[in-house]
Each structure stands twice: as structure tokens, then as C-alpha cells.
Design a protein around this ligand. Sequence first.
Ligand code: HEM
Length: 152
Amino acid sequence: MAALSLALHALASAIWVGGMFFAYVVLRPSVGPLETAERQALWQRVFSAFFPWVIGSIVALLASGYWLLFVTYGGFGGAGVHIHIMHLTGLLMFLLFFHLFFVPWKRYRRALAAADTADAGRWLGQIRMIIAINLGLGLFTIAIGASGRFWP
Ligand code: HEM
């Protein structure tokens, strides 16, 4: 069960953080030359396809992470410092994503439905900023979570 949880945990983090890396580092500069309305519609399709995977990854990370923490390691007392750091940065990432999902993402879709390109641009800017922060936190968390067991 521990091996299965860790496999699920690693896969979920690869899907979420890898997806953010692709969106931010590869796709964002590549869609720059598109006309504004076309670019905004593209991001709506991209995020509509990506966010269900993020939600699934969060559910998998929480379930597998707490299983490992409480069942495999016997709770916070038995867990190394890297697990405490991962727990904190992980919770921060989940909160940032849920803010993104329920505020800027909802308002972005509303602005696009009203063909308000300027307002959509403002909310897309917020989505971009939160993804940049979560990408940084995600890369950091993966490095900590994967290397911590070998720390001195
Ligand atoms: C509630 C939040 C979380 C909890 C309780 C948690 C818990 C754990 C635990 C107990 C381990 C095993 C560590 C060891 O045996 O040394 C682990 C490994 C790991 N975690 Fe987390 N985690 C959480 C969130 C996250 C997040 C958000 C990410 C990435 C975005 C992440 C990425 C990883 C990685 C990459 C590993 C190492 C997997 C491997 O060995 O290949 N974790 N986590």
C-alpha cells in the first residue's frame, strides 16, 4: 500500500507540475503572436481541459500523502523535516489553486462570455501570476519531497 501510494503521489505531482511547466514555459510564449480574442479563447480551452486533471491530482496527492504520513510513518512525529516542509508548501499550493479556480477562472469565463476582452485580460493576468507562483512552489516541493530521505 505504501508503494502504491508513493507511485500515485509521484504521478499526480508530475501531471500537475509538468502541466504548469508546459503551460507557463512553453505554451505562453508560443501563443504570444495570436490576436487577443483568439489567444484568450485558446487559453479557455486549454484550462478547461487542464483543470480537471489538476483537481484529480490534488485529490490523489492529499489521499496518498496523508496515507503515507499517518499510516506508513505513524503521524507527524514519525515524519522527517522534508515531509513537514512538503505538507506546508503542498497546502499552500492547494489553497492557491482553489482561489484561482473559484475567483479569476470563474470571472475570466464570465468576461469571455460577455466578449469583454479587457476584463478577460485582467483575470488571465491573475491566473498567470498564480500559476507562476504554484509552478515555483511545485518544483521546490518535488525537489524537497524526492530528495529529503537522503538528507543528513
Ligand atoms: C498534503 C500534502 C502532502 C503530504 C502530506 C505529502 C506527503 C508525502 C510523504 C509522506 C512522502 C514520502 C516521503 C519519504 O518517504 O521520504 C512524499 C513524497 C513525495 N511527495 Fe509529497 N506530500 C504532500 C504534497 C505534495 C505535493 C503538493 C507534491 C508536488 C507537487 C509532492 C511531491 C512529492 C514527491 C515528488 C515525493 C517523492 C516521491 C518519490 O519518492 O519518488 N507532495 N509526500
